[in-house]
Design a protein. Sequence first.
Length: 248
Amino acid sequence: MRFDIITIFPELLASVFSGGVVKKALEKKQLEVWVHDLRDFAHGRHRQVDDRPFGGGEGMVFKPEPIFEAVESIRQSSQSLVYLLSPQGVRFDSGLAQRLACAPQVVLICGRYEGVDERVSRNLVDGELSIGDYVLTGGEPAAWVVIDAVARFVPGVVGKEGSVRQDSFYSGLLDHPHYTRPRSFRGMKVPKVLFSGDHAKIRAWRRKKALEKTLALRPDLLERQKLTAENKKILGSFTKKGKDNEPH
Ligand code: ADE
Protein backbone atom coordinates (compact mmCIF):
# COMPACT_ATOMS: atom_id res chain seq x y z
CA MET A 1 0.00 0.00 0.00
CA ARG A 2 1.15 3.51 -0.76
CA PHE A 3 0.86 6.72 1.31
CA ASP A 4 1.49 10.18 -0.08
CA ILE A 5 1.80 13.21 2.19
CA ILE A 6 1.45 16.75 0.90
CA THR A 7 3.10 19.28 3.21
CA ILE A 8 4.97 22.57 3.27
CA PHE A 9 7.38 21.03 5.79
CA PRO A 10 8.67 17.86 4.10
CA GLU A 11 11.75 17.92 6.34
CA LEU A 12 9.53 17.44 9.41
CA LEU A 13 8.44 14.05 8.12
CA ALA A 14 11.77 12.95 6.65
CA SER A 15 12.95 11.07 9.72
CA VAL A 16 9.74 9.77 11.30
CA PHE A 17 9.47 6.68 9.10
CA SER A 18 13.12 5.72 9.51
CA GLY A 19 12.63 3.44 12.50
CA GLY A 20 10.60 0.58 13.88
CA VAL A 21 7.85 -1.42 12.23
CA VAL A 22 7.15 1.11 9.47
CA LYS A 23 10.81 1.25 8.43
CA LYS A 24 10.89 -2.57 8.14
CA ALA A 25 7.69 -2.52 6.08
CA LEU A 26 9.21 0.09 3.75
CA GLU A 27 12.31 -2.07 3.33
CA LYS A 28 10.17 -5.13 2.58
CA LYS A 29 8.14 -3.06 0.07
CA GLN A 30 4.91 -3.75 1.93
CA LEU A 31 4.50 0.02 2.27
CA GLU A 32 5.60 3.07 0.34
CA VAL A 33 5.59 6.56 1.84
CA TRP A 34 6.12 9.54 -0.48
CA VAL A 35 6.48 13.03 0.98
CA HIS A 36 5.67 15.91 -1.42
CA ASP A 37 6.50 19.58 -0.96
CA LEU A 38 3.37 21.62 -1.68
CA ARG A 39 5.56 24.48 -2.95
CA ASP A 40 6.61 22.28 -5.89
CA PHE A 41 3.03 22.70 -7.15
CA ALA A 42 2.83 26.46 -6.57
CA HIS A 43 3.25 28.98 -9.38
CA GLY A 44 5.01 32.30 -9.68
CA ARG A 45 8.37 33.59 -8.59
CA HIS A 46 7.55 33.24 -4.89
CA ARG A 47 5.82 29.85 -5.12
CA GLN A 48 3.12 31.20 -2.86
CA VAL A 49 0.94 28.53 -1.24
CA ASP A 50 -1.18 30.78 0.99
CA ASP A 51 -2.98 34.11 0.86
CA ARG A 52 -5.06 36.46 3.02
CA PRO A 53 -8.64 35.41 3.79
CA PHE A 54 -11.44 37.01 1.80
CA GLY A 55 -13.67 38.96 4.17
CA GLY A 56 -10.72 39.85 6.37
CA GLY A 57 -9.46 38.32 9.56
CA GLU A 58 -6.26 37.02 11.06
CA GLY A 59 -3.75 34.73 9.43
CA MET A 60 -3.33 33.12 6.05
CA VAL A 61 -5.30 30.46 4.17
CA PHE A 62 -3.89 27.77 1.89
CA LYS A 63 -4.72 28.54 -1.73
CA PRO A 64 -6.70 25.91 -3.65
CA GLU A 65 -4.64 25.73 -6.88
CA PRO A 66 -1.40 24.12 -5.55
CA ILE A 67 -3.38 21.55 -3.53
CA PHE A 68 -5.64 20.59 -6.47
CA GLU A 69 -2.63 20.31 -8.77
CA ALA A 70 -0.66 18.26 -6.24
CA VAL A 71 -3.51 15.79 -5.71
CA GLU A 72 -4.23 15.53 -9.44
CA SER A 73 -0.62 14.63 -10.14
CA ILE A 74 -0.21 12.25 -7.17
CA ARG A 75 -3.52 10.33 -7.16
CA GLN A 76 -3.00 7.03 -8.97
CA SER A 77 -6.49 5.60 -9.42
CA SER A 78 -10.17 6.07 -8.68
CA GLN A 79 -9.68 3.77 -5.67
CA SER A 80 -7.15 6.13 -4.08
CA LEU A 81 -8.45 7.93 -1.00
CA VAL A 82 -7.60 11.57 -0.32
CA TYR A 83 -7.96 13.18 3.12
CA LEU A 84 -7.30 16.59 4.54
CA LEU A 85 -5.95 16.49 8.10
CA SER A 86 -7.82 19.06 10.13
CA PRO A 87 -9.31 19.51 13.60
CA GLN A 88 -12.72 19.81 11.88
CA GLY A 89 -12.49 16.29 10.48
CA VAL A 90 -14.20 13.06 11.53
CA ARG A 91 -12.45 11.45 14.46
CA PHE A 92 -9.80 8.98 13.31
CA ASP A 93 -10.17 5.65 15.10
CA SER A 94 -9.27 2.00 14.80
CA GLY A 95 -12.26 1.20 12.54
CA LEU A 96 -11.26 3.94 10.11
CA ALA A 97 -7.64 2.77 10.22
CA GLN A 98 -8.77 -0.72 9.15
CA ARG A 99 -10.85 0.70 6.29
CA LEU A 100 -8.00 2.89 5.02
CA ALA A 101 -5.67 -0.13 5.07
CA CYS A 102 -7.82 -1.69 2.30
CA ALA A 103 -7.11 1.18 -0.13
CA PRO A 104 -4.20 0.88 -2.57
CA GLN A 105 -3.21 4.52 -1.96
CA VAL A 106 -4.01 7.09 0.71
CA VAL A 107 -3.09 10.73 0.07
CA LEU A 108 -2.90 12.95 3.17
CA ILE A 109 -2.89 16.73 2.91
CA CYS A 110 -1.41 18.53 5.92
CA GLY A 111 -3.18 21.81 6.65
CA ARG A 112 -1.44 24.80 8.24
CA TYR A 113 -2.02 28.36 9.31
CA GLU A 114 -5.61 29.47 9.80
CA GLY A 115 -7.04 26.97 7.38
CA VAL A 116 -7.39 25.65 3.87
CA ASP A 117 -9.60 27.10 1.13
CA GLU A 118 -13.05 25.51 1.54
CA ARG A 119 -13.09 24.35 -2.09
CA VAL A 120 -10.46 21.76 -1.16
CA SER A 121 -12.74 20.30 1.52
CA ARG A 122 -15.87 20.44 -0.63
CA ASN A 123 -14.65 19.49 -4.07
CA LEU A 124 -11.35 17.62 -3.86
CA VAL A 125 -11.01 15.32 -0.88
CA ASP A 126 -12.90 12.21 0.24
CA GLY A 127 -13.08 13.64 3.74
CA GLU A 128 -11.30 15.38 6.60
CA LEU A 129 -9.63 13.49 9.43
CA SER A 130 -8.99 14.70 12.97
CA ILE A 131 -6.84 12.79 15.44
CA GLY A 132 -8.46 14.46 18.45
CA ASP A 133 -10.19 17.49 19.87
CA TYR A 134 -7.20 19.80 20.03
CA VAL A 135 -5.51 22.03 17.49
CA LEU A 136 -2.04 21.13 16.26
CA THR A 137 0.12 23.75 14.56
CA GLY A 138 -0.18 21.64 11.42
CA GLY A 139 -1.35 18.31 10.07
CA GLU A 140 2.14 16.74 9.97
CA PRO A 141 2.03 14.99 13.38
CA ALA A 142 -1.49 13.79 12.49
CA ALA A 143 -0.23 12.33 9.18
CA TRP A 144 2.38 10.37 11.11
CA VAL A 145 -0.25 9.07 13.54
CA VAL A 146 -2.62 8.04 10.74
CA ILE A 147 0.09 6.26 8.72
CA ASP A 148 1.41 4.44 11.78
CA ALA A 149 -2.05 3.21 12.80
CA VAL A 150 -3.12 2.24 9.26
CA ALA A 151 0.19 0.47 8.53
CA ARG A 152 -0.46 -1.97 11.38
CA PHE A 153 -3.52 -3.26 9.52
CA VAL A 154 -1.70 -3.83 6.23
CA PRO A 155 -1.19 -7.60 5.99
CA GLY A 156 2.36 -8.64 6.87
CA VAL A 157 3.45 -5.32 8.41
CA VAL A 158 3.09 -6.45 12.03
CA GLY A 159 5.01 -9.69 12.47
CA LYS A 160 2.36 -11.70 14.26
CA GLU A 161 -1.10 -11.19 12.73
CA GLY A 162 -2.55 -12.18 16.12
CA SER A 163 -0.97 -9.27 17.92
CA VAL A 164 -3.04 -6.78 15.88
CA ARG A 165 -6.17 -8.77 16.71
CA GLN A 166 -5.30 -8.61 20.40
CA ASP A 167 -4.78 -4.85 20.35
CA SER A 168 -6.84 -2.40 22.29
CA PHE A 169 -9.84 -1.30 20.19
CA TYR A 170 -9.61 -4.14 17.64
CA SER A 171 -12.29 -5.99 19.58
CA GLY A 172 -13.86 -2.78 20.83
CA LEU A 173 -12.24 -3.24 24.26
CA LEU A 174 -9.13 -1.86 25.91
CA ASP A 175 -6.22 -4.27 26.11
CA HIS A 176 -5.80 -6.68 29.03
CA PRO A 177 -2.86 -6.11 31.42
CA HIS A 178 0.57 -7.48 30.47
CA TYR A 179 3.32 -8.73 32.80
CA THR A 180 6.87 -10.00 32.41
CA ARG A 181 9.64 -11.07 34.79
CA PRO A 182 10.24 -10.73 37.70
CA ARG A 183 7.27 -12.54 39.23
CA SER A 184 7.47 -10.30 42.26
CA PHE A 185 8.79 -6.71 42.13
CA ARG A 186 8.89 -4.55 45.27
CA GLY A 187 6.10 -6.63 46.71
CA MET A 188 3.93 -6.29 43.57
CA LYS A 189 3.04 -9.78 42.39
CA VAL A 190 2.09 -11.08 38.96
CA PRO A 191 -1.35 -12.76 39.03
CA LYS A 192 -0.85 -16.51 39.59
CA VAL A 193 -3.11 -17.54 36.71
CA LEU A 194 -0.49 -16.30 34.21
CA PHE A 195 1.93 -19.05 35.15
CA SER A 196 -0.70 -21.75 35.48
CA GLY A 197 -0.03 -23.02 31.93
CA ASP A 198 -3.82 -23.36 31.52
CA HIS A 199 -4.44 -21.44 28.29
CA ALA A 200 -8.24 -21.47 28.51
CA LYS A 201 -8.05 -20.05 32.02
CA ILE A 202 -5.53 -17.39 30.94
CA ARG A 203 -7.76 -16.40 27.99
CA ALA A 204 -10.77 -16.09 30.31
CA TRP A 205 -8.75 -14.01 32.81
CA ARG A 206 -7.53 -11.68 30.05
CA ARG A 207 -11.04 -11.19 28.68
CA LYS A 208 -12.34 -10.43 32.17
CA LYS A 209 -9.55 -7.93 32.83
CA ALA A 210 -10.07 -6.25 29.44
CA LEU A 211 -13.77 -5.84 30.22
CA GLU A 212 -13.04 -4.61 33.74
CA LYS A 213 -10.55 -2.03 32.44
CA THR A 214 -12.88 -0.87 29.68
CA LEU A 215 -15.77 -0.51 32.12
CA ALA A 216 -13.60 1.53 34.49
CA LEU A 217 -11.78 3.75 31.98
CA ARG A 218 -13.85 3.86 28.76
CA PRO A 219 -17.45 2.81 29.46
CA ASP A 220 -18.44 4.66 26.25
CA LEU A 221 -16.75 1.87 24.25
CA LEU A 222 -19.08 -0.70 25.81
CA GLU A 223 -22.15 1.44 25.15
CA ARG A 224 -21.24 1.75 21.47
CA GLN A 225 -21.06 -1.98 20.69
CA LYS A 226 -23.25 -5.05 20.63
CA LEU A 227 -21.90 -7.14 23.48
CA THR A 228 -21.60 -10.92 23.16
CA ALA A 229 -23.62 -13.00 25.62
CA GLU A 230 -20.34 -14.08 27.24
CA ASN A 231 -19.17 -10.48 27.72
CA LYS A 232 -22.55 -9.47 29.11
CA LYS A 233 -22.33 -12.30 31.64
CA ILE A 234 -18.84 -11.24 32.75
CA LEU A 235 -19.91 -7.58 33.06
CA GLY A 236 -22.95 -8.67 35.08
CA SER A 237 -20.67 -10.51 37.50
CA PHE A 238 -18.73 -7.26 38.23
CA THR A 239 -21.82 -5.42 39.39
CA LYS A 240 -22.84 -8.36 41.57
CA LYS A 241 -19.51 -8.97 43.29
CA GLY A 242 -17.79 -5.62 42.90
CA LYS A 243 -14.18 -5.52 41.71
CA ASP A 244 -12.07 -8.58 42.43
CA ASN A 245 -8.99 -7.95 44.51
CA GLU A 246 -6.39 -9.74 42.44
CA PRO A 247 -3.26 -7.74 41.79
CA HIS A 248 -3.49 -5.78 38.53
N1 ADE B 1 -4.42 19.78 12.22
C1 ADE B 1 -4.50 20.59 13.29
N2 ADE B 1 -5.08 19.97 14.32
C2 ADE B 1 -5.39 18.69 13.89
C3 ADE B 1 -6.02 17.58 14.49
N3 ADE B 1 -6.47 17.62 15.74
N4 ADE B 1 -6.16 16.46 13.75
C4 ADE B 1 -5.73 16.42 12.47
N5 ADE B 1 -5.14 17.45 11.85
C5 ADE B 1 -4.96 18.59 12.55
